[in-house]
Design a binder for this molecule. Sequence first.
Ligand code: ZN
Ligand code: ZN
Length: 174
Amino acid sequence: MLGILAFDLLNYAVHRLMHSVELLWRVHEIHHSDRDFDVSTSARFHPIEVLITQAAKLLAVRLLAPSPLCVLVALLLSSAQNLFAHANGSLPPQFETWLRLFVITPDAHRLHHSSELSAQNKNFGQLFPWWDRLLGTWGSVNEETELETGVRGIPDGETLKLGYMLLRPFQRRS
Ligand SMILES: [Zn+2]
Ligand SMILES: [Zn+2]
């Protein structure tokens, strides 16, 4: 369990860095660019982000030396949670309120995908909501709120073009 907590804290830290370091945001914004928040969003990552996150995990394995079973369980939970958190549906409100005490729910992660910068800087957690709650980045979710998701400033239609999205991190910006 400690190893799973450590992996989740690492995911939180790397994700938070992606939002605070301009060069990292350039690759992470590809994940946020989806205007239709749904399970396909869970596969929308720039290859450079995948390399960075996998390198961080390998480094954690090298430094912490968790058991192979712990690594397997942590990676399986992480993959399953990636699909679940991007579901374009809401759970029954009372169940959702209870579940989000233990797990990042689709409503909680949808807030992170808001086009509003203040909401994007909330709910960085992947599996557990506890790091956000402990470190002051938890954002309350109101299932009544209609959220606009995506990244402002990306021209309409370009988010569906593979070449544009792969090259966007390298574009000159004013
Ligand atoms: Zn993010
Ligand atoms: Zn996401």
